[in-house]
Design a protein around this ligand. Structure first.
Ligand SMILES: [Mg+2]
Length: 433
């Protein structure tokens, strides 16, 4: 055994391990295991009833085992006696085909066959609210243009720096924290890395931000649009493909310093954007962030069309500098593993087929979007996104048919549940019909 968790527990004073996995809806599930039992768990995994979580399994299925990845170990900075471990889920001696971390590994293995590693960085936006989530936590945070508000940021110094200190101690190389464009909204950035590592960190970041906020009597929410008039919480993703130490998206002679390979990758994202929305914008609420009307700050900062541009934040894809692009589509509800897997699957398809992304649009899409006649629009709701997702033979091939059908089935049930509610709006609009 390369990494002996029992020995690490002794050396570092870890009393308990959280053996954790992420289900299809991004919920983190775990068993809390005493260090005395970790050797057995490292060998055989921690047992779960898969049906009890969002994986589309049956109560008749045998035990599912979460096999911890020792390389993912994080000692909780706010409770160092606990070691957190990301894990892969197995059943009947095989990886579970719809396990999100397993799906990401499957796509990264395909990229490796072509000689590439996708690197990515995520910008996690979140709100700090009161404990029941009904209002932002800071009553004084009322500016019309609150982005980068220095005083509002400093009023949350204790929470933000506890999270940032934790990232520093974990070696994530965080480099900035700010107040974002909505009242009560923040963003914290750490350094990009290989997609699987970024996904593990992204999952852990959400757990950490929620846990530390709770310690301070607050609530951290990544809900895409918790307050209608305010800017929503995105999860912008910065993407590049690497061959060893060389960034294969970088080309001094390419348009905006991006290589042909980079444009083919972008072409794949553009071709599959509608289907990708089911993964990147996975909730009913997600569609109140994209396609949203103007917010009180003056802009939503979220895309409404499937277009790309240079250093301009009004499009779905922005090329801010040579060697990478920023996909501004995903929101805070996205499953960190499926986010990376979806982006990579679409990008690899673009690379394989040498898909051209079409013309770059150097216009303000918020004000002049109507002048572009053939710009494809993003889905207007989860149902439309799910239909595109189910019909995508490319995603089926790359991510696996059983994953696509399991995910679509659970998400359709969520949509049906939403649609079965009689809203106040309906009564108001229809009572006197
Ligand atoms: Mg931001």
């Amino acid at each position: 055994m390369a990494t002996d968790l029992a020995k690490i527990a002794k050396d570092r004073g870890i009393k308990y391990f959280l053996i954790s996995y992420t289900d299809l809806f991004g919920s983190q599930r775990a068993k809390l295991v005493p260090a005395s039992a970790i050797a057995g768990m490292q060998k055989n995994g921690a047992g779960f009833a898969g049906f009890a979580t969002w994986l589309d399994l049956s109560p008749a299925d045998p035990d599912m085992f979460a096999m911890p990845d020792p390389e993912s170990l994080v000692q909780l900075p706010w409770k160092p006696e606990v070691g957190w471990l990301a894990s892969d889920i197995w059943m009947d001696g095989k990886p579970v085909a719809q396990g999100p971390r397993i799906i990401l590994k499957r796509v990264t293995a395909e990229a490796a066959k072509l000689g590439y590693v996708m690197k990515s960085g995520v910008e996690c936006e979140f709100f700090l609210t009161n404990p029941d989530g009904t209002a932002i936590a800071d009553a004084a945070d009322t500016a019309t243009k609150p982005c980068y508000d220095q005083s509002a940021l400093m009023r949350r110094y204790e929470v933000i720096t506890e999270i940032c200190d934790a990232m520093l101690s974990l070696g994530w190389e965080p480099y900035q924290n700010d107040h974002e464009d909505a009242n009560g909204q923040f963003e914290m950035n750490w350094t990009f890395d290989a997609a699987t590592l970024t996904a593990d960190r992204h999952v852990f970041f959400k757990f950490m931000a929620k846990s530390i906020a709770e310690k301070h009597g607050l609530r951290a929410t990544f809900m895409p649009k918790p307050f209608l008039g305010l800017t929503g919480s995105g999860c912008h993703s910065h993407v590049s493909m690497w061959q060893g130490k060389k960034n294969a998206f970088e080309d001094a002679k390419g348009e905006l310093g991006v290589s042909k390979l980079g444009y083919h990758f972008i072409g794949g994202i553009i071709e599959h954007a509608e289907a990708l929305c089911a993964l990147l914008n996975p909730t009913v609420n997600s569609y109140k962030r994209i396609n949203a009307p103007r917010t009180t700050s003056g802009a939503t900062w979220a895309p409404n069309t499937i277009t790309y541009t240079g250093n301009n934040r009004t499009h779905m894809i922005r090329i801010p500098e040579p060697g990478r692009f920023e996909l501004r589509l995903a929101d805070g509800a996205t499953n960190p593993y499926l986010l990376q897997a979806g982006i990579l699957a679409a990008g690899l398809d673009g690379i394989t087929k040498k898909t051209e992304p079409g013309p770059r649009l150097d216009i303000n899409m918020y004000t002049d979007g109507h002048t572009v006649k053939d710009a494809k629009r993003l889905p207007l709701n989860l149902l439309d996104a799910l239909r595109a997702f189910e019909n995508s033979s490319t995603l089926k091939m790359a991510l696996g048919e059983s994953f696509i059908s399991a995910y679509a089935k659970l998400k359709h049930a969520e949509w049906d549940d939403y649609a079965s509610h009689l809203t106040q709006w309906e009564r108001q609009a229809t009572l006197d019909c």
